[in-house]
Every structure is written in structure tokens, then in C-alpha cells.
Design a protein around this ligand. Structure first.
Ligand SMILES: Nc1ncnc2c1ncn2[C@@H]1O[C@H](COP(=O)(O)OP(=O)(O)OP(=O)(O)O)[C@@H](O)[C@H]1O
Ligand SMILES: [Mg+2]
Length: 460
């Protein structure tokens, strides 16, 4: 239901509008501008009906505040018929329409419907425009691989409903960001988003963390404390690393989810809670069920929709884009211009990123901190990235029999040459020194493997 805020100093007007509109809209009222601003700060209305003339601050003030805060809410101005001039002034400040008092109920209803529909259409157009432009981000997430683009669409589709979503993926793939995006895109975006890491809190404190406790409920409970369920009321609760949850708590969680009620420790009175539940795990919960560590009834409750985040090595198209996104962000934060040189980029693109996006983000941060004059070079990146990618891959090929011995050794040699050359920024004298061969031997080998120095200035 669309949320409509009525701001008018006359209680008669407020209450009659509430009665007239409440079957179709979620209506809240405010007698003055201050209260209205407080309500708006809590939850942005879909539409505001605003009286212009009120004692104290008038409707024009509210319009100005909305404009200054960049809040694009359609406002319908209520005016007495003799203040049409003021209404025109209000329209100039961005009011969408005005109605004169006394008003015709049906006409008002139709006007509100039209404005709300118009707003929906505007949102839809913006979304389609993004889609056509091949947008490569959603919320704080970046990606252009087919799986990520598909994921963005899935998030938008499921954000509107309240179905439970289970996000699975290796550590560092962005599970928390997905949960946050589902919340941000959905209708609860102006309500709290609360994340609980079920793996980070000791088992014996977890129950109180989730459900809260009364003062004196257990040794050490000096004060009353509300749990994460209550804190997330009306909004979204992310239960991260759900696979770590103790079996006895799995039962209690299941009950809370089924009944939409919780009890604080030390208080038998139950409290209604309404939150959207998102869970995340880097474990295979189906396997955990087989081994008896996870309850299947809880699994079915939380897993209405699964979102799988593939590891970064399976969406290589995103690597470069992510690296560029991070370097740009860090540059902005530090107020300097940062870029990668060709060797760093080559290594970043080649590496397998076992720690996924988090590892990439950390590597770029480290590179940015170590580099001089804003150019991140191969040696500014962590060693693992510089060296491991190649030999690991070759060893794997040899082990699985997908490369013949001679050929693999040849490629190993070639990789070693490339590595030394890149490390020395294509200075052949120093690369040869590194490898313990003469410059002439290096040159011969480079010719044999068709290695050509890239078009960058050699660090002679
Ligand atoms: N698609 C993405 N675009 C931009 N940043 C991302 C993306 N995916 C992940 N990140 C960043 O990588 C880091 C790790 O992401 P996140 O914490 O969401 O991963 P996770 O899957 O929850 O990891 P864990 O299982 O270890 O909790 C964060 O700093 C996040 O901002
Ligand atoms: Mg996480």
C-alpha cells in the first residue's frame, strides 16, 4: 500500500482525509512541519498532501526542505480557493498538483492514484534505461559477467516480496552485499537492515543476541537488551553463516520464523516481529543436513529462493572491472589519481583469486598504499598474486594429464621468463640477472617463445 502523509493544522481535515483514504492508502498525519519532517526522516512517503497555510512554519517551508534534501516525493498542495497565487508559488517549488478546499473526494482519490502511477512509471523507465545501457552495477555491487547481470535482475525481482532468500557462495564472493542490495532495492529500504554473524558470537550468547533478554535473565545480564529480531522489525534481518548455528538454536529460530513471534530471555511474553529473513552460508547446507548438523525443516523454511554467488575465478570478466572500480574508489578517498601498469593488470587478470572479491579488494588497497606516484606496479601487489597463478595452473594441467610433459616444461620456462621480465619492467639485463642466465641466453629464449616486450617504457 502506498504511504501517504497528510500535513494540515486542522484536525478535522486530517481525520477526514485519513478516513477517506485509509481503505486504499497507508495514511499518516501530522499537524505541523516539524512533526512531518520527523516522520519523513523515519520513512519516506510515496506522496504528501500538504496544507500551505499553517501557524508557525507553512507548507512552503516543507517544500523547500524537501527540495534541499533532494527528496523527490510528489506533493499535493491543499489551498483555500482564495490563495491560488500561493499554490502557483508552491508548484514552482516542485509541488506536483494542488486542490482547493473544500475538495471533492473522488477527484482527490483519482488525483492521488494518477500521481502514484506516474511515479511508478518513472521508476520503471529509469530501470529500463539502466537495462538498455547494460548497467554494470546494482547497489554497491559491480559486475558485467552474464551470471552477475542475471543476479542483478534476480535481486530486483525478489526484492519486492518477503520470501526468504538463502545466499550461498565461497568466502569473499559478496554475499553480504547481495543481502544489502535486496534490502535497498525493496520496499523496506527505509527500515533497518540488521546483520548477525552466527559464526562470530559464542553459542551461549547467541540466543540473547537474536531474541534479547530482560535484566537479570542470566548471570551478567545487567540490563535489558533487545535482540536483533526486534531491532530489525519492519526491515530485514541477515543471518550470516547460518550453518554455524547451534542445533538447539536452530529449533528456536525455526519457531520464531514460523510464528513470527519471539520471546526475550527471562520474559514469557511473546512479541510480534515482522522482518524479512535473508540467510547466507559458505557451507553446503544439504551436506550438513546429511551429516545431521543442520535441520532440514529449518533449511526448507529459509531456502525459498537460493541465490548462488559463483567464485570470482568463474566470472573472469568481472576481475578487471572490479579492480578498476576499487582503484577508482580508493583514489577518490585519498584524493589522488591511481592506475595500474600493464604488468600489474596482467597479473591481476591471470590470478585465480581463491579469496574472491575480498582478496582482490585487499590486493588493490595494498597496491595503492605501497605504490609511488600513483602507478601500481607488479611488485606493489602481494607475492601470491605475482607468482602463484602460473605455476599452479601448469602443475594442475600436468597432474590432470591435460598437457604433455615436454610441452608443459616449455611453458613453465616461458612463464618464468615472463615473470622475471615483468618483475623487472622488461629490463632484459636485470631479468637475465634474476634468472641467472646471460642476457644473450635470455634473448635467445625470448625469441624461441616469441616473447615480445609490450609497449611500455622499459625501466632502463
Ligand atoms: N560485486 C562486487 N562489487 C564490489 N565489491 C564487492 C563485490 N563483491 C564483494 N565485494 C566486496 O568484497 C568484500 C567481501 O564481500 P562480502 O563481505 O559481501 O563477502 P561475503 O561473501 O559475505 O564473505 P564472507 O563469507 O567471508 O563473509 C567486501 O568489501 C565487498 O564490499
Ligand atoms: Mg559475509
Amino acid at each position: 500500500m502506498a504511504f501517504v502523509l497528510v500535513v494540515d493544522d486542522e484536525i478535522g481535515v486530517r481525520e477526514s482525509l485519513r478516513m477517506l483514504l485509509k481503505s486504499e492508502f497507508d495514511v499518516e498525519t501530522s499537524p505541523d512541519v516539524e512533526t512531518a519532517l520527523r516522520i519523513i526522516g523515519d520513512r519516506l512517503p510515496d506522496l504528501i498532501i500538504l496544507d500551505l497555510v499553517m501557524p508557525g512554519r507553512g507548507g512552503i517551508d516543507l517544500l523547500r526542505e524537501l527540495r534541499d534534501r533532494g527528496m523527490a516525493v510528489p506533493v499535493v498542495v491543499l489551498t483555500a480557493s482564495n490563495t491560488i497565487d500561493a499554490a502557483v508559488g508552491a508548484m514552482k517549488l516542485g509541488a506536483a498538483d494542488f486542490i482547493t478546499k473544500p475538495f471533492e473526494v473522488e477527484a482527490l482519490r483519482i488525483k492521488l492514484r494518477q500521481l502514484l502511477q506516474h511515479r511508478e512509471l518513472e521508476r520503471e523507465v529509469a530501470r529500463l534505461r539502466d537495462e538498455v545501457a547494460g548497467r554494470e552495477r546494482l547497489g554497491r555491487m559491480t559486475g558485467k559477467s552474464p551470471v552477475m547481470l542475471e543476479l542483478f535482475r534476480t535481486i530486483e525481482r525478489i526484492a519486492d516480496s518477503k520470501v526468504s532468500v538463502l545466499i550461498s557462495g565461497e568466502s569473499g564472493t559478496g554475499k553480504e552485499l547481495v543481502a544489502q542490495a535486496i534490502h535497498d532495492v525493496g520496499p523496506r529500504h527505509d527500515k533497518p537492515f540488521i546483520a548477525v554473524n552466527c559464526g562470530a558470537i559464542p553459542h551461549d550468547l547467541m540466543e540473547s543476541e537474536l531474541f534479547g533478554h530482560e535484566r537479570g535473565a542470566f548471570t551478567g545480564a545487567h540490563d535489558q537488551r533487545i535482540g536483533r529480531f526486534e531491532a530489525a522489525n519492519g526491515g530485514t534481518l541477515l543471518l550470516d553463516e547460518i550453518g554455524e548455528l547451534d542445533p538447539s538454536l536452530q529449533v528456536k529460530l525455526l519457531r520464531a520464523l514460523q510464528e513470527k513471534k519471539i520471546e526475550r530471555l527471562g520474559n514469557p511474553h511473546s512479541i510480534d516481529v515482522d522482518c524479512r529473513i535473508i540467510t547466507a552460508t559458505n557451507r553446503n547446507l544439504e551436506r550438513e543436513i546429511e551429516t545431521g548438523r543442520f535441520r532440514s525443516d529449518l533449511f526448507y523454511r529459509i531456502n525459498v529462493i537460493t541465490v548462488e554467488l559463483p567464485p570470482l575465478r568463474e566470472r573472469r570478466e568481472d576481475v578487471r572491472l572490479l579492480a578498476d572500480t576499487f582503484i577508482e574508489r580508493i583514489g577518490k578517498e585519498d584524493g589522488r589519481k591511481l592506475h595500474f601498469d600493464a604488468t600489474a593488470i596482467a597479473a591481476i587478470e591471470r590470478y585465480t583469486w581463491p579469496g574472491n572479491v575480498r582478496e582482490l579488494e585487499n590486493a588493490v588497497e595494498r597496491g595503492a598504499a605501497l605504490c609511488q606516484s600513483g602507478l601500481i606496479r607488479l611488485e606493489d601487489l602481494p607475492d601470491s598474486i605475482v607468482s602463484s597463478g602460473r605455476s599452479d595452473r601448469l602443475r594442475e594441467e600436468l597432474r590432470t594429464g591435460s598437457g604433455a610433459f615436454e610441452e608443459t616444461v616449455g611453458r613453465f620456462e616461458c612463464e618464468l621468463l615472463l615473470e622475471a621480465l615483468e618483475r623487472q619492467r622488461w629490463n632484459q639485463t636485470r631479468a637475465a640477472e634474476d634468472l641467472g642466465v646471460t642476457r644473450r641466453v635470455l634473448k635467445l629464449k625470448m625469441d624461441r617463445f616469441d616473447i615480445v616486450a609490450p609497449d611500455i617504457e622499459a625501466g632502463e
